[in-house]
Every structure is written in structure tokens, then in C-alpha cells.
Design a protein around this ligand. Structure first.
Ligand code: C2E
Ligand code: MG
Ligand code: MG
Ligand code: MG
Length: 292
């Protein structure tokens, strides 16, 4: 598997024969039914800010609680969202669920922004703007800054003016944007200048490889330098071990996400985690070593 494909990247299904087409349609119908039957849930993975020592936000990651096979991960079913109607249905479910969660957290005394992964193909119309506007009106106690939208880098590349426009419109509502899996798309570092993103998530393949491969270390360092100069907040994802944490913080990363902090957690477990969370004392120590 090539590094650029990324460990968590699902491949879109491209059916050719009649049997394949039937199988694909079955997968589309199954996921669509799963949404209708409330079989999808989010697990929440925290991102922590090592400077403030606080929880920065939480990424909502979809899981399918299949009545027969148990928990299924996005890599095993998201290929069906190649179907654009289903993609829109999933993303609608995701935004509604995120607002419901934000509202429930608020009642539990927790105010942590939620990041939702949105298919970039759904950013070429007014759909996201209209949906966010509607949900913000419905949940009027939820501040727009409690919502963050993660979009993959490739589709947000320069040239796609409609995507950039959609992002800007939603930012005007007060919702923030993160460029996901940065470094794996086809744009170059300098394209970041044209991306209207608040946060840049360095792809986990670089984050993990930086520990023993100098080329990857150089990429992480370059992203940090450029994003810093352009005033974008950098998030490192896939921070699996304490050694990764140490390296990233000393390079100047301030926001970390990965198994070494917490795995994606079911709703209740996440709430418990936020209550027991305390910053690692090493974080402030390491920042003094940072060159940034
Ligand atoms: P992503 O947005 O880049 O999410 C990060 C993935 O890395 C998640 O996989 C997460 O569980 C995993 N991860 C987090 N920390 C670590 C770590 O330290 N080590 C390793 N090895 N992995 C880590 P997951 O949940 O399987 O999701 C895979 C992809 O599916 C996501 O990649 C995202 O592109 C997509 N996805 C997930 N939920 C949704 C959703 O609700 N809607 C849409 N449209 N896409 C989603
Ligand atoms: Mg990914
Ligand atoms: Mg993401
Ligand atoms: Mg990612």
C-alpha cells in the first residue's frame, strides 16, 4: 500500500459488470436503510491543545452498529457513498447528529467544538450553507463556533472556485473549516495560501513516519512553517505514541489527535474521558524546546 493512499482511505467502488452493479446497489440500499433504522452512531476522538492544556475539539467518526455483524468501521462501508444521493443523506445525518450531540453536551455542561467529516462533492452547491443555517436556527443555543467541518485536501485545491466559495459562505456563519489529510492531495504546499481553512490537519502517514524517516520529518516541518506563516492552526492526526507526541511538540505542533491521547470513544465514554482528562506535564516542558 502506498503512503499516499493513506491507511484509512477507502477506495471508491467502480462497478462494471451486471453482477457488480447489483452488488453495489445492494450496498447503497443497505447503508441507506441503516441511516433510516438509526444504526449509525458517532464515536468522538478528542484533539488536545498542548499550550492551553485543554480539549481543543472532538472529531465525530461514524460507526455502523450492524444488528448481525456488530460494529463496522467507515473503511468497510463508505465506498457506497460514491452514490451522490447517499453521500448527501449520510452528511445530512452527520450534521443533524452533531447538533444533537452539541446540544446534549451543553446540557451536561460540556462545550467542546465538534468536527464533522463532509464529502467535498457536497460543497459545490449551497447545500452545506443552507443546512448549517437551518440547524443553527433550530439549535439556537449552539454557537456556530462549536461546529467545524473537515474536508479532504484534494477537492479543496485551487481551481475549484465553487468549493472555496461554499467554505467562505459557511465561515461567515461562524463555522470553522479544517483541511483533512493535508499532504496527500495533489496540491502543493503553496496552494494553502488560497485555501480558506482555519485548521490544517497533517496526514497521519507523515506524522507517524516522521519519527524514523527524514523526508517525512521535513514535510511535517515544512507544513508547520508554512501554515504558521499563513496563520493557520496545525493539527497532527494519528499521534500514536508518546514518542510521536514528543517529536511533534518539539517541532512546534500545538494540537494533537491520536491513540496516545484517546481512541475514538462512544458517547458516554467520551463524556467520562473529558472529566478525567488532565494535560501531560511534559507538554509544557517540551514547548520550551520548541523552535517555534
Ligand atoms: P479521517 O477523517 O482522516 O479520520 C481519521 C481516522 O484515523 C479515523 O479512522 C480514526 O479512527 C483514525 N485514527 C485516529 N487516531 C489514530 C491513531 O493514532 N492511529 C491510527 N492508526 N489511526 C488513528 P476511521 O474512524 O476509521 O475513519 C476513516 C475515514 O472515514 C475518516 O478519515 C474520514 O475520511 C471518513 N469518515 C469517518 N466518519 C465519517 C463521516 O461521518 N462522514 C464522512 N463523509 N466520512 C467519514
Ligand atoms: Mg484519513
Ligand atoms: Mg477527519
Ligand atoms: Mg484525517
Amino acid at each position: 500500500q502506498s503512503k499516499l493512499e493513506g491507511k484509512n482511505r477507502y477506495t471508491l467502488f467502480n462497478p462494471k459488470t451486471e453482477i457488480e452493479i447489483t452488488a453495489f446497489n445492494n450496498r447503497i440500499n443497505a447503508l441507506s436503510d441503516a441511516i433510516d433504522n438509526n444504526e449509525l452512531v458517532f464515536h468522538y476522538q478528542p484533539k488536545v491543545d498542548v499550550i492551553s492544556g485543554r480539549i481543543h475539539s472532538a472529531e465525530a467518526l461514524v460507526r455502523w452498529q450492524h444488528p448481525e455483524v456488530g460494529i463496522r468501521y467507515p473503511g468497510s462501508f463508505l465506498d457506497a457513498t460514491e452514490n451522490i444521493g447517499l453521500s448527501l443523506k449520510l452528511d445530512t445525518w452527520a450534521l443533524e447528529t452533531a447538533f444533537e450531540t452539541a446540544s446534549a453536551w451543553r446540557q451536561a455542561g460540556l462545550e467542546v467544538p465538534i468536527s464533522v467529516n463532509i464529502d467535498p462533492r457536497n460543497l459545490t452547491s449551497n447545500w452545506l450553507y443552507d443546512t448549517l443555517k437551518g440547524l443553527l436556527a433550530k439549535y439556537d443555543s449552539i454557537a456556530p463556533s462549536l461546529l467545524d467541518i473537515e474536508v479532504l485536501e484534494n477537492a479543496t485545491a485551487v481551481g475549484n472556485a465553487s468549493v472555496a466559495l461554499a467554505i467562505k459562505q459557511c465561515q461567515e456563519l461562524g463555522v470553522s473549516f479544517s483541511i483533512d489529510d493535508f499532504g496527500t492531495g495533489y496540491s502543493t504546499l503553496t496552494h494553502l495560501r488560497h485555501l480558506p481553512a482555519d485548521h490544517v490537519k497533517i496526514d497521519q502517514t507523515f506524522v507517524r513516519a516522521a519519527i524514523d524517516t527524514l523526508d517525512d520529518l521535513a514535510i511535517v516541518d515544512a507544513v508547520l512553517g508554512l501554515a504558521g506563516a499563513l496563520n493557520r492552526e496545525v493539527i497532527a492526526e494519528g499521534v500514536e505514541t508518546k514518542a510521536h507526541q514528543n517529536l511533534l511538540i518539539s517541532l512546534g505542533t500545538t494540537i494533537l489527535q491520536g491513540y496516545s491521547i484517546a481512541r475514538p470513544l462512544p458517547y458516554g465514554t467520551f463524556l467520562d474521558w473529558t472529566e478525567t482528562f488532565s494535560p501531560d506535564p511534559d507538554w509544557s516542558l517540551l514547548q520550551h524546546l520548541s523552535k517555534r
